[in-house]
Ligand binder design. Structure first.
Ligand SMILES: C[S@@+](CC[C@H](N)C(=O)[O-])C[C@H]1O[C@@H](n2cnc3c(N)ncnc32)[C@H](O)[C@@H]1O
Length: 231
């Protein structure tokens, strides 16, 4: 059976609805009181915090590579940062960039409430594409982009420069790349077009191992592969 036919058969054999599955995923991820309070503060401030399932995936990815050094674009009010820090090693540092000082102040308070020492987070105020070029090449284990969708292709270029071999880049809102089942009614907006472009670039780059997860807002992840020495 071909790859596509097997995938289609697996989907057809399921009797659940997509909404049911996504609800189950969201409920499976456990948020404690600290995370709930950070997410609710973010929702009140309209900073679009990551969902619990998206946060759990970030924590998992950071832990899977023993991340010591992570860059985040889009601090918001701190939800994704807490999930990332909970996956990172104890001696690690999260560098997080945002253009809104009020959000970063709320995030700083949320990290403190979550029990992280001030030295574990380096908050930088500024636009991601102005800040990332100043960070050191190959010095980061993970880059998480959760801001400025229209600039995702430029963030991919920056992330690949910042990541060590074996490091992971993750883009949020990847479900924006999905096409409507009714077909395109109009040209995609620049943000959606950019998400689609990055999804294609990541899939087609032979030096990346891509993964698209329909979790939360959709996560597009890729490992920057170690060069292979043979076989
Ligand atoms: C979706 S929210 C991030 C939510 C956050 N990751 C969380 O889970 O709480 C996007 C954030 O990106 C910030 N932002 C928007 N444009 C930006 C840019 N060009 N550079 C850095 N941050 C930006 C916004 O101020 C906002 O806080």
């Amino acid at each position: 059976m071909s790859q596509t036919t097997r995938g289609e058969a697996a989907i057809a054999s399921r009797d659940d609805t997509l909404a049911h599955t996504l609800t189950h995923l969201e409920q499976y991820a456990v948020e404690d009181a600290t995370l709930t309070s950070a997410r609710e503060a973010g929702q009140r401030a309209e900073s679009s915090p990551v969902s619990a399932s998206g946060g759990a995936a970030l924590r998992f990815l950071a832990a899977s590579i023993g991340a010591r050094s992570v860059v985040e674009v889009g601090t918001g009010c701190g939800s994704s940062g807490i999930w990332l820090l909970r996956g990172m090693r104890e001696d690690s540092v999260l560098t997080s960039v945002d253009i809104e000082p009020e959000y970063q102040e709320l995030a700083r308070a949320a990290y403190r409430r979550a029990g992280f020492a001030a030295g574990r987070v380096r908050l930088i105020l500024g636009r991601g594409l102005h800040v990332l070029p100043r960070l050191t090449d190959g010095a980061y284990d993970m880059v998480f982009v959760d801001a400025e969708q229209a600039a995702y292709p430029a963030y991919l270029t920056e992330a690949l420069r910042l990541l060590r071999n074996g490091g992971i880049v993750v883009f949020n809102n990847a479900l924006e790349a999905a096409t409507s089942p009714d077909g395109p009614l109009s040209a995609p907006d620049p943000g959606t077009a950019a998400v689609r472009e990055v999804a294609r670039s990541v899939r087609d780059d032979e030096e990346l191992i891509p993964l698209l997860l329909p979790i939360g807002e959709g996560l597009l992840a890729a490992i920057r592969e170690e060069p292979r020495t043979g076989g």
